[in-house]
Design a protein around this ligand. Structure first.
Ligand code: ADP
Length: 191
């Protein structure tokens, strides 16, 4: 199963990705996690990325494409993978198309978890309160949503135009969303 999971910050991508990992036994390739690991390790790219992430902006496409190319070439992706947090721009999506094509890999599905912005703001605020967030975090959140709207939402259209996009309603409970995703993926497994 080779999947892309799309959706705005706060949509529950991480939770759903983890459930898919358990269900299909394939790795989750989360670019957010990769960047945070690089930052924690103090690598040059990691430290540059951390400043960008803290502002809610996007790390440059060329860096992200290089990171994901290296990761997809690891042997554990042979049976499949779940891309979570990538692609986040149309340029990244186009680069990914080329990268997969050059390796003879084809995607099974692109699943978008759709949640409206009012609900996202509520969810993110609740999460921030639980984690004892600051004003700076609020600014970064607003920026993240704006970046999503301007740069990442068009990625859905990229896959929609190819007839690959499957949109699920992300407004329900985690279990409801899982069931909706499952309904899209089950026929692919059985096919
Ligand atoms: P979220 O909180 O939306 O799940 P992630 O954990 O996926 O966010 O990513 C955190 C941050 O890492 C992003 O806000 C962005 O700054 C950076 N990042 C992650 N993936 C990408 C990407 N594909 N392109 C550019 N920047 C990225």
């Amino acid at each position: 199963m080779k999947l892309i999971l799309l959706g705005p910050p706060g949509a529950g991508k991480g939770t759903q990705a983890q459930r898919l990992v358990d269900k299909y036994g394939i790795p989750q390739l989360s670019t957010g996690d990769m960047l945070r690991a690089a930052a924690a390790a103090g690598t040059d790219i990691g430290l540059r990325a951390k400043a960008i992430m803290d502002r809610g902006e996007l790390v440059p496409d060329d860096i992200m494409v290089e990171i994901i190319a290296e990761r997809i070439d690891q042997p554990d992706t042979a049976r499949g993978f779940i891309l979570d947090g990538f692609p986040r721009t149309v340029a990244q999506a186009e680069a990914l198309d080329k990268l997969l094509e050059s390796r003879g890999i084809s995607l099974d599905a692109v699943v978008e978890i759709a949640v409206d912005e009012q609900e996202l703001i509520k969810r993110i605020a609740t999460r921030a309160k639980e984690m004892g967030g600051s004003r700076g975090d609020d600014d970064a959140t607003a920026k993240r949503l704006e970046v999503y709207r301007k740069q990442t939402a068009p990625v859905s259209e990229h896959y929609g135009a190819k007839g690959m996009l499957r949109r699920v309603n992300g407004m329900g409970t985690m279990d409801e969303v899982t069931a909706l995703i499952d309904a899209h993926l089950r026929p692919l497994v059985e096919a």
